[in-house]
Write a protein that binds this ligand. Structure first.
Ligand code: GLA
Length: 369
């Protein structure tokens, strides 16, 4: 089925927004810290046309239900279409005049794999609506509008990383984003001889579950107790840890502060052309996410262990946690062994077979026709 069959007319254009993998810096974004994501080739496309009855109609090739709304308000729409309707709401709330539109959404990103299918959906819809209605919004600002859709319309307290990655990444680069200032830098990600292998662990991840919000609340509590605006401001980690009585808050703080440092170290290595050395930082980040932040899951731990044992330079879980994907930095001549080792380890445990995606740093969101 295509747009014409659904809507009985021609579309005005097609917009694509990619999913992302975060190389390093996890759960640092809402702590005003640093992240280093890159865009995937896979993503979400929105084929769209204006309509003059004021109705916003959202359909998806991946889901049978169509949603029609005129003036969506938080709470009016649930399920996948809330991410799309939320963008129209957030754009209007920011003062932009978005009229009616028919949209058809398609995606080649596995959902629940922790590769930001929600942000890709938001960003594809945001670009489509802006272009259709001649609205010009700088991309960092558009990322904030898409984030607002997720925070205040869908009700997920996510940070700014995923929407920024989808809108600001460029081919062949990772995006160093300072989540406090909003300033970003493109860092060349030259993979010669190495590949970035995404391992979808098939344990589904959902940000709407409570674990993500609980981590965010703990970080905010720790910052408050430490008298800083955000954990990004902790300069002396050892001193900070002695000030926190709660061992859980100590562990959360330790992760956030050290992962911020690992982002800076990774950028230094990438700039020095020492990509393979980033592997050790990936492993350190994974252990920190597993033991200090406590958001890893068994399939991720096994994938990381087996990938490294089979020759990966490093690997770690990516995204919000509790399910989703692992990224491994693998010498090209070891890729086959890594795939086999992880697949075998999963089979031995009677787990669902992992899915592998070759990730090459790709372009950010754009109009494709
Ligand atoms: C999810 C959120 C992001 C970020 C990551 C963890 O992907 O959407 O804002 O917090 O988790 O780094």
């Amino acid at each position: 089925m295509d747009f014409r069959e659904f809507y009985g007319r021609d579309p005005e254009g097609v917009w694509h927004a990619p999913g992302r993998v975060n190389l390093i810096g996890e759960h640092t974004d809402y702590n005003d810290g640093f992240v280093l994501p890159f865009a995937l080739a896979q993503g979400v496309s929105a084929t769209a046309a204006r309509r003059d009855d004021g109705v916003l109609e959202f359909r998806s090739l991946q889901s049978p239900d169509a949603v029609r709304v005129t003036d969506p308000r938080p709470g009016d729409v649930t399920g996948w279409a809330a991410y799309a309707a939320g963008v129209a709401w957030a754009l209007r709330d920011a003062g932009h005049e978005v009229g009616g539109a028919s949209l058809l959404i398609t995606s080649d990103l596995p959902q629940g794999a922790g590769l930001s299918s929600s942000a890709a959906l938001e960003c594809a819809v945001a670009l489509a609506l802006c272009d259709l209605y001649g609205i010009e919004v700088p991309r960092p600002e558009l990322a904030r509008i898409a984030q607002r859709a997720e925070n205040d319309f869908v009700g997920v307290p996510c940070g700014i990383m995923d929407q920024s990655a989808s809108l600001l990444c460029t081919e062949g680069h990772a995006l160093l984003l300072d989540c406090r200032s909003g300033l970003s830098t493109q860092v060349p990600l030259d993979l010669t001889g190495l590949s970035l292998l995404v391992i979808d662990t098939r344990a589904e991840h959902e940000l709407v579950d409570g674990g993500y919000a609980a981590r965010r609340a703990a970080c905010e509590k720790a910052a408050e107790l430490l008298g800083v605006a955000a954990l990004r401001d902790v300069e002396d980690l050892a001193a900070a840890l002695t000030k926190l009585d709660d061992p859980v808050l100590r562990r959360r703080t330790q992760h956030v502060v050290t992962d911020d440092h690992r982002v800076q170290a990774a950028v230094g290595l990438l700039r020095a052309g020492a990509v393979a050395e980033v592997g050790a930082l990936l492993i350190a980040s994974h252990l920190s996410l597993r033991d200090q932040f406590e958001i890893s899951w068994p399939e991720a731990d096994v994938a990381v262990e087996e990938a490294v044992r089979a020759g990966a330079r490093g690997a770690r879980m990516v995204g919000g946690g509790f399910g989703g994907s692992v990224i491994a930095l693998v010498p090209v001549d070891r890729e086959e062994q890594v795939r086999e080792a992880v697949t075998k380890a999963y089979a031995d445990r009677a787990w669902e077979e992992p899915r592998f995606i070759d990730a090459s740093p790709s372009a950010g969101a754009r109009r494709v026709s």
